[in-house]
Design a protein around this ligand. Structure first.
Ligand code: 6GU
Length: 234
């Protein structure tokens, strides 16, 4: 999979060199390119923002540098390219969205700062052949810019690309993959600081262990995320 990132803070993305995704990049499973938006400005101060039409607080990212950057990145892009616009005003990012994005041949993340990007940049990108635009939010809170959000989405999507995670079974036995939270996990020693591992896990009874884990998933989900469960039909 090819991933392009446009940002005024390319150095944020140096963490993509480490851990699982770093190895995936070395193996060419993920081809990640980070672009500095200021490289597409032409004035001495490399200006990327201006005051909002209609007034109001903060600054808006100017359309011209974005237009030039996206021309360079998106001209001739493969059909099925998704431009992901991280924004607190977007649709919620979920595991379902991550699974769907993992099927795209190419993702382009546009990281806005300040009060966001001139909306015409997003509207124009949606008219480009082969490109689908999705404005996506990590959750109901505000970050200073799209960079950290893009990073979270790239990690969630990247690990679903075949070969990135060594054991594919570890992808399915996780929170959210079956709509429930994950069951609790334990390893040796069986007693630690007077806390015992639940005895059923030492029983060797695989059917009973599976049933216990399912019950733990349901109990945890009811307790901390009842919104994930279907409405009770009594
Ligand atoms: Cl995707 N971007 C920004 N700037 N803030 C956010 C967010 C995204 N998701 C939650 N807060």
């Amino acid at each position: 999979m090819r991933i392009d990132i446009v940002t005024i803070f390319p150095e944020f993305f140096s963490v993509l060199d480490v851990s699982l995704l770093g190895r995936a990049r070395q193996q060419r499973l993920l081809d990640v390119e980070v672009h500095d938006l200021r490289d597409f400005t032409h004035d001495r101060h490399r200006t990327v923002d201006d005051t909002p039409y209609g007034g109001g607080a903060g600054m808006v990212m100017k359309p011209e540098p974005w237009g030039e950057a996206l021309d360079a990145i998106l001209d001739g892009t493969p059909e099925g390219t998704v431009m992901v616009v991280p924004s607190p005003a977007g649709r919620p990012f979920t595991q379902r969205e991550a699974r769907d994005l993992a099927l795209a041949p190419r993702l382009v993340f546009t990281c806005g700062r300040y009060e966001g990007i001139d909306q015409r940049v997003i509207d124009h990108a949606a008219t480009r052949p082969g490109v689908e635009v999705r404005e996506v939010s990590l959750g109901d809170y505000v970050l200073n810019g799209g960079e950290v959000a893009a990073m979270a989405m790239i990690e969630a999507v990247g690990r679903l690309v075949p070969g990135v995670v060594g054991n594919p079974e570890s992808l399915t036995e996780e929170s959210h993959e079956d709509g429930l939270l994950e069951y609790p996990s334990y390893t040796k020693p069986s007693v630690w600081r007077e806390h015992e591992v639940p005895p059923i896990l030492l029983s060797g009874n695989h059917g009973a262990i599976e049933a216990w884990r399912r019950e733990q998933q349901l109990e945890r989900t009811r307790r901390v995320r009842p919104d994930l469960l279907p409405p009770a039909t009594d």
